[in-house]
Design a protein around this ligand. Structure first.
Ligand code: MSP
Length: 515
């Protein structure tokens, strides 16, 4: 039976413009989705925008526009980013859509009916920017632990019986050791739950911009409960009410930044359990990008604009750098200098060079034709074995969301090919008139380069498609380590696909969002 996978990005707040941090998560989801499609899995990939809450209401007021127009405009910016990044998503969900309102209302009624909600009163320090309450002892220098300004507020509200889920959650983490990836994040979550969970305030009365509580419209549903349900809405809930039997839901993977793990790995499974729905299959958390060494912020003026990168260097260059620079899960520093360095060293000098030198040699010195020959030497077996091993490890890394490790191993495969061509010297074989050996070498190189190129497709889909076209080998978009190419290949027109970036040519180009 065909495996299914449901890939989701966080839905992004529409009070700011999309930047490189948002692009990162969406690109990671897209690469993972493409990889699974190339394993012939049934993939559904959704992204979108989170549009309710006090913060959004206030941002609209500050901007002097009505809230609906404000969210419409800003949501569109996130939607418009997707083609620039070359994202193949199946859905784009907005929490202001009717389908989502229906889902949240239905979900609310379910957890209420199951006895997990009660009416009470809440007092505490509220961090507006991060939409969360904190107790006095959690404040840091008079601010919330997330850094936002706080104000003391008391309001009647509904509580969710989170405290009753302590043991059930711990048991769930124990029974599902790979629920939270990477693994070190799992320990943080477990120790947080072990400290004991308090019931959670899940409605607000201090603003209106949100989904009203069914039958008690003074109350607005807490923005995080509202937002998390998007993952169900996008999967057809509530019409598709039997999520436990749904193959996409059973194989759901939520990609998130590390700062929102608690919401996804603690609150969300508890909400779902309360509604009788099984938790998602996995939460995959990545680290945070700094920009040129500092936290990205409008006031510093160092917010990196992904569209600028795509317009100037192409989406493949950005996708490659962003996945290669830091191990997924770690924090890192986004810098134009490193971007250029990585681009030139792998895409141009290593991979681009391999493809072009191989194909143009075949074109000029073998009439554009390679045929399978069997004049094998020990070096050939070593080369083939090395590439196969690198590809096997790349595949394994991809299954573990270790994107940069996967790329490292693919880079190794490319280096093996470059070393092999240098050592076997097909130009010398040509000179000696040793055509059989020359074809043996070229065929093996073409086959291994072709397979490696296909492994690179999820990362750099545009340039790999060009290279595959130049190879002129009819292909299915499938990843297979032992794939074979036809015994005779009549290659197409070799062309240079990656061009070197010279910082001197960039002039006054800057990578920052200007407004
Ligand atoms: N709306 C919530 C998520 C709700 S999901 C049910 C939210 N939105 S957000 O706009 O703040 O986006 C947060 C996500 O954007 C992070 O979890 C992360 O995926 C991505 N990033 C935003 N800035 C980032 C960096 N500087 N670096 C890496 N990723 C970052 O939280």
């Amino acid at each position: 039976m065909k495996s299914s996978v449901y890939v989701t990005s966080p839905i992004y707040y529409v009070n700011a413009k999309p930047h490189i941090g948002h692009a990162y998560t969406t690109i990671a989801c897209d690469i993972f989705a493409r990889f699974r499609r190339m394993l012939l899995h049934d993939v559904k990939f959704t992204t979108g925008t989170d549009e309710h809450g006090k913060k959004i209401e206030q941002s609209a007021q500050n901007a002097g526009i009505d809230t609906q127009s404000f969210v419409d405009q800003n949501s569109q910016l996130f939607r418009d980013l997707l083609p620039f990044l070359n994202i193949q998503n199946d859905d784009f969900i907005r929490t202001t859509e009717l389908r989502h309102k229906k889902a949240v209302e239905y979900f609310w009624e379910e957890i209420k009916r199951n006895g997990y909600l009660y009416l009470g009163e809440y007092s505490g320090w509220y961090d507006i920017r991060n939409e969360a309450y904190f107790s006095e002892d959690e404040l840091v220098d008079g601010k919330s632990p997330l850094g936002g300004e706080v104000q003391y507020m008391t309001e009647p509200c509904y509580f969710f019986r989170l405290s009753t889920f302590n043991d059930q959650l711990i048991r769930f983490y124990e029974n599902n050791p790979d629920f939270i990836m990477p693994l070190h994040r799992r320990n943080e979550v477990i120790s947080f739950v072990q400290q004991g969970l308090r019931d959670l305030a899940v409605t607000r009365t201090t603003f209106k911009w949100g989904i009203k509580v069914p039958k008690d419209p003074k109350h607005v549903v807490y923005v995080w409960l509202d937002a998390l349900v998007n993952y169900l809405t996008s999967n057809g809930y509530p019409d598709n009410a039997h999520q436990n039997k749904d193959e996409f839901w059973q194989n759901s993977v939520h990609f998130v930044g590390k700062e929102i793990i608690k919401f996804h790995a603690v609150y969300w499974p508890a909400f779902l359990m309360a509604a009788g729905i099984q938790p998602p299959r996995q939460i995959v958390a990545h680290g945070w990008w700094l920009s040129e060494g500092e936290k990205m912020s409008k006031s510093v003026g160092n917010v990196q604009d992904p569209i600028k990168y795509c317009k100037l260097f192409g989406s493949d260059a950005l996708r490659y750098y962003i996945m290669r620079e830091i191990p997924f899960g770690d924090d890192g520093n986004f810098s134009l200098e490193n971007f250029i360095g990585r681009h030139n060293s792998f895409l141009v000098n290593s991979f681009g060079n391999l493809c072009y030198r191989l194909l143009s040699f075949i074109k000029t010195h073998s009439d554009g034709v390679v045929t399978k020959q069997r004049d094998f030497k020990e070096d050939d077996a070593i080369f083939a074995g090395n590439v196969d091993e690198a590809l096997t490890e790349a595949m394994k890394a991809m299954h573990q969301y270790a994107f940069s490790k996967c790329l490292e191993r693919l880079e190794d495969a490319v280096s093996f090919a470059n070393q092999y061509i240098d050592k076997q010297k097909p130009w010398a074989l040509k000179k000696e008139g040793n055509t059989i050996r020359m074809h043996t070498v070229l065929f093996l190189l073409l086959e291994k380069t072709y397979i490696t190129t296909k492994f690179l497709m999820p990362f750099i889909p545009i340039s790999t498609a060009k290279i595959l076209k130049q190879m002129n080998i009819p292909y299915e978009p499938v990843i297979l380590i032992k794939e074979r190419i036809p015994v005779t290949v009549n290659i197409g027109e070799p062309e240079i696909v990656f061009t070197k970036i010279d910082p001197a040519d960039l002039g006054t180009f800057d990578v920052f969002a200007n407004d």
